[in-house]
Design a protein around this ligand. Structure first.
Ligand code: AMP
Ligand code: GLY
Length: 431
């Protein structure tokens, strides 16, 4: 089988790495890491004309789309019109991520638990609503804003300012519609599921660290690290997530003529009482969650991708895929990330990596002389594997420490909640 992976970040390196065990892989545009497991094609992920041409030129059997933008722009629809199987939702189904207002409407109809919210296209109406809203509260641009469109506000004044900025064009067209939402307390959990629109196969649940600084402080980022498994995600909780969240949402999308095929990502808040609420849906694999979820699995997912993408009969073998091992990834970012990432620094990688590690590239490139250089905000993802999360975290950190370039930034505490609670369990005290 010949597979084209669309995208060029850490997620796409992990997807290419996994698929290369079962298929000949091409990656567009890829990065310096995907070049080691795939053939990179110098095509932007949003250039659907050139991508469709490349599919024919390279006799691609299956396209796997990584990022949300080409999905929302209809790449899968274009491929389907040419009878090219693709793993990923159509534009109509990708609205579950591309329009938060649409996602809220789907959830309301499907009676899926989520934060109470209202959407506005008019700033004055939003301001009036904010003035009567309890604090804290959350203001969100409805459209795609590269993960930066949600602002958690301690006060109504902060919320009013955030809404003003969004209506003022801070996120372009994504901020033409703005949601004002109740703040949910609890712990976040990312659950990714493969689906053909009817059946679902949950992948090992993960937790992402969105803040730049250790102890979950500082500005929000695309994600500074992730780990799996998460002890909060018990089997009974995951059964509820499947029955009360994934299945009703998929049925509702199907009823609207937007059958969902691909990976559906539910960003959840688990309340202090242990109930799952949806914070957001993403129409794709998570980044950096993929860099732990795929290595944690014993097998590869190529056959699932093929069946879902081609419309062949697909029966999820088990309702949930168990992780064979724990995995932790530490994102190594560039100086100035997330506001003003600096590119160009020369990267030195360890000659031999620590045991039980995998290095996924994100923002890297090779210059004309073949030297590896920083080419983005999130540069490398250092994944460690182990019997438990503490062991995997230590390996991940060891690999991150062994990477050198000017201005390197990374967190040394990825998976801290899990490591702390397992340490206190061993010592017999509450965490
Ligand atoms: P989103 O873009 O909707 O995923 O939001 C980004 C981040 O903002 C989430 O991962 C949460 O950390 C936080 N967030 C969003 N909505 C809420 C909410 N209703 N309550 C608490 N935190 C939220
Ligand atoms: N890790 C968050 C995301 O992929 O959107």
């Amino acid at each position: 089988m010949r597979v084209l992976v669309v995208g060029g970040g850490g997620r796409e390196h992990a997807l290419s790495w996994m698929l290369s065990r079962a298929a000949a892989v091409y990656c567009a545009p890829g990065n310096a890491g995907t070049a080691e497991v795939a053939t990179n094609l110098a095509l932007a992920a949003d250039n659907s004309d050139r991508l469709v041409d490349a599919v024919h030129q390279h006799r691609i059997d299956l396209v796997v789309v990584g990022p949300e933008a080409p999905l929302a722009a209809g790449l899968v629809d274009r491929l389907a019109a040419r009878q090219v199987p693709a793993f990923g939702p159509t534009a109509a189904a990708a609205r579950i991520e591309a329009s938060k207002a649409f996602a809220k409407d789907v959830m309301a109809r499907a009676q899926v638990p989520t934060a109470e919210s209202r959407s506005f296209t008019d700033q004055a109406a939003a301001s009036r609503y904010i003035a009567g809203h309890p604090e804290p509260l959350v203001v969100k641009a409805s459209g795609l804003a590269a993960g930066k469109g949600a602002v958690v506000c301690r006060t109504r004044a902060e919320a009013a300012a955030a809404a003003r900025e969004m209506f003022g064009g801070k996120f372009g067209a994504a901020g033409r519609e703005v949601l004002v939402e109740r703040f949910l307390e609890g712990e976040e959990l990312s659950v990714l599921a493969l689906t053909d629109g009817e059946g679902v196969l949950l992948l090992p649940p993960a937790q992402d660290h969105k803040r730049l600084g250790e102890g979950d402080t500082g500005p929000n980022t695309g994600g500074m690290g992730a780990y799996t498994p998460v002890s909060l995600a018990t089997k009974p909780l995951l059964d509820r997530v499947e029955q009360e969240i994934f299945l009703p949402v998929l049925r509702e999308l199907g009823a609207r003529g937007a059958r969902y095929r691909g990976c559906l990502y539910a960003g959840l808040m688990i309340s202090p009482a242990g109930d799952p609420f949806v914070v957001e849906f993403n129409c794709r694999f998570g980044d950096p969650e993929t860099q732990v979820v795929l290595p944690a699995l014993a097998g590869d997912l190529a056959d699932h991708f093929w069946r879902i993408g081609s419309g062949e009969p697909w029966r999820p073998a088990t309702p949930q895929l168990a992780a064979a091992r724990a995995a932790v990834t530490t994102v190594v970012a560039s100086q100035g990330y997330p506001d003003a990432p600096q590119k160009g620094a020369a990267i030195s990688l360890p000659v031999t990596s620590p045991p039980d590690t995998l290095l996924f590239h994100a923002g890297t490139t090779r210059d004309a002389g073949g030297a590896l250089r920083v080419a983005g905000g999130r540069v490398l993802c250092a994944t460690g594997l182990g019997h438990d999360v503490a062991e995997a975290a230590a390996q991940s950190r060891a690999l991150a420490e062994a990477i050198h370039y000017e201005g390197r930034v990374f967190r040394r505490d990825i998976a801290w909640r899990e490591v702390r609670s397992s340490a206190s369990r061993l010592e017999g005290r509450p965490s």
